[in-house]
Structures are given as C-alpha cells and as structure tokens.
Design a protein around this ligand. Structure first.
Ligand code: FE
Ligand code: FE
Length: 174
C-alpha cells in the first residue's frame, strides 16, 4: 500500500521533471539570445545539449516503467521561466541583464536539483537501481551547471558593478 503510494509519487515526479525539462528546452535558446557575454551564451548552449540528454533519460525510465512521460504540466518551471521572460522584457544594461539571466538560470537549476534528488531517492527505495543511477547522473549535471553559473557570475556581476561608473557604453553583440 505504502509502496503503491510512493510509486505513484515517483511517476508524478518523473512526469513533472519531463514537463520541466521540455519547457526549459524551449526557453534556453531565448535566454541565449538575451545574453550578451559569449561565455554565458555558450553556457546556455551547452546546457541545451545536456538537457536534451536528460529528457532522453526520463523517456528511457518511463519506457522501462511502461508509462508515458507526458500528462503533467510543471507549473513551478512555468513560473520560473515566466520570471526570466519578464526580466528579458526590461530595458537593462547588457551586463546587468546577464547577471539577471544567471540568477534566473540558477533558480531553474535548483528547482531541477530538488526534483531529481527526490525521484532519485524514490527510485532507490523502490528498488529501481538503474533508474536511480540515471537520475543521479542528471542531478550531478544540474549541480555542475549551477557551479559553472556561480563561477560565471563572479565575472559577469563584477562587470555589472563596474557599469555604475560612467563608461563608453557596452557594445551590443549579436
Ligand atoms: Fe535539466
Ligand atoms: Fe538544468
């Protein structure tokens, strides 16, 4: 009985993550075009490739469970992406926009880390060891992305601070 409940929660969590990942796949190219720093653009591009693999892992797990990964809409991710989209509508200095985009992306990564950590543990408890290993891989990727974004923020945020003194103006690159 209790296992049934945990299994149901597990499936719910997998579908929630699948919805979250497919939503962020659509948002990442927009975040890339909203960014100015070449390093940040590259980080978004790389995470797009990583996210595609994560979607594949969720599909693989759902296929093993004999269920569809579809059927749930992740409202949490929708909210985080909306906040990022609202930010991109602002008329911000490029360095300040980059700093804001990093913050938006880190909110997304932490949300995903919570989701993957939860389903990873459910998978372990339910005895799905291979699925737990796949989910752990995705969790570590999200963590690595978060760490990389923190490192990027150290330079981008400093540039944003420097904007407080008069400059010749930041060049807008494509
Ligand atoms: Fe992800
Ligand atoms: Fe991610």
């Amino acid at each position: 009985m209790e296992l049934d409940t945990l299994k149901a929660l597990y499936v719910e969590g997998l579908r929630d993550l699948y919805s979250a990942e497919t939503q962020i796949l659509k948002a990442l190219p927009k975040m890339k075009s909203g960014a100015t720093s070449p390093e940040l653009k590259q980080a978004f591009e790389e995470h797009f490739a990583v996210t595609t693999e994560q979607v594949g892992r969720l599909e693989e797990i759902c296929s093993e469970l004999g269920i569809s990964p579809k059927g749930k809409h992740c409202k949490g991710m929708e909210g985080l992406i909306t906040e990022g989209a609202d930010l991109m509508k602002e008329d911000a200095d490029p360095d300040v926009m980059d700093a804001g985009l990093i913050s938006a992306a880190q909110h997304v990564e932490h949300y995903e880390m919570a989701g993957y950590g939860t389903v990873r543990t459910y998978a372990q408890l339910l005895g799905y060891d291979e699925q737990a290993a796949l989910l752990q891989t995705s969790l570590l990727e999200e963590r690595e992305t978060d760490v990389a974004l923190t490192e990027l923020a150290l330079t981008v945020n400093v540039d944003a601070i420097a904007k407080e003194s008069p400059t010749t103006g930041g060049a807008k690159s494509a």
